[in-house]
Design a protein around this ligand. Sequence first.
Ligand code: GLU
Length: 410
Amino acid sequence: MQTPIPDYLDELLDSLRGDTSGARAGYIPELANANPDLFAMAVTTATGSTYAAGDAQAEFSIQSISKPFAYAAAIMDRGLPTVLASIGVEPSGEAFNELSLEPGTNRPRNPMINAGAITAHGLLVGPDADPEARVDRALRLFSQLAGRQLRVDENVCVSELETADHNLAMAHMLRSYGILADDPHEVVTGYTRQCSILVTVTDLSMMAATLANGGVQPRTRERIMDPATARQVMSVMAVAGMYDGAGDWLTRVGIPAKSGVAGGLVGVLPDQVGIGAFSPRLDEHGNSQRAKRAFERLSSDMGMHLFAPSHGRLDVVGVQREGTREVFSLQGNVQFTAAAELLDLMAESTATGQVHVDISRVYSFTDVARRMTLEGLRRLRLDGRRVFLDDPLQALADPDLGDGTYPETP
Ligand code: GLU
C-alpha cells in the first residue's frame, strides 16, 4: 500500500490553485520575475518522515524566514542575555519594515521585524567578527538544520542590495542608538546575503521539525541547538512571526509561523511537525496568499493548533511479526504524528499474512488519526490482506472502513 498523506497534500494544493490573488514582491526586482504559479508544501514529523507535494523541488530565497534561525544562531553564539540586551521579544503589531524601537532602551521590539533581524545578524559569531564569517555562520547552521548543503543566490542578493535603502536607513538609526556595533553597510550586506539563501519547502519543513524536536534534526539525529534555544525561537515566532497579523493567526491557525517575501512560509508545532509552504503571490501583509491558506486548511483538517487539547507527543507506535501475522500496536492519545508513523510502517510492510491493529492501550484518537488508521486498514485489505482490529475499549467507535464493512475481531 501507499501512505495516503501525499494524496491529501496534493488534493489540498489542488483546491487552492485557483486562488491567483495577490502579487509578487515588487521591491526586490529579482523576486518580481518569479514564476507566480509555483506552489508546494512539505510536512516533516518530529520522527523524521517527510511528505511533500507540488513544486517541492523549486528553490526560492528564504528571505525573512531566515530571521528565526539567525536569531537561534545569535543566541548560541552570544548567549541569551546579550541577545536580549539588544533585541526585545514583544510583538510590534507593525509591518516588517517598521523601525519599531522600544521606548527607553531603543531595542528593536523583536527579531522578526527587519530592525531586530539586522541586529541579530550583527551579533553572529562574536564581537568584531569578519562580515563574511557571519554569513558563513548562517549558511552553515541553515544547512545543518535542513540536512543538506545550501547556497546563496547571488542574483537575488545583488538585486535586493540595489534597493536596500530602507534597511540601510534602519541600520544607521540602530548604530546611532548604540544597538548595532558594526558598520551598517557591512551588516546590511550580510543580512541580505542571509536572506538570499536558497531553500525548498522540504528544507523549511526539516528546519522547523528540528525546532519541534527541541533542537535535534529529525533525520540526521544531530543535536543542533539546546532545547531552551529552540523554545525561545518558537515562542518569538508565536508572538511576532506574522507581524501585524500575529494575534489573528495564532488564534485562528495556531501554528507559530514565519513568512518571507519570496513566498515561503514555515511553521512549527512543538513535538509534532515542521511545515514548509511556498507560492510567490503575496497578500497585503506580505505573506504568501496560497501558502497562508494551505496552513489554514492543514490546521483545520488535521487539528493542528498549538492550543488544541492534548498537543504534544502522547502516543507510541510499534510493529511486531508473529509468524505470518503482523501486529501494529498503538498506545496513548493518538494524533496525527503517530497515525502518520503507523501508515509509514504499514506502507513498508512486505508481508502477505494477516494484519492486526492492536489499540487496546489507546486512550483516544483525534478525528484525523482515526480516519488515517481506518484508511490504512482499508488499503491493506485492498492489497488482499485479512485485517483485524483489537479494540476492547472501543477507542475507535464504529470502525467502518468507508464502504460499510468492518475489520474482523481477533
Ligand atoms: N530581505 C527582505 C527585507 O529585508 C526580507 C523581507 C521579508 O521577507 O519579509 O526586506
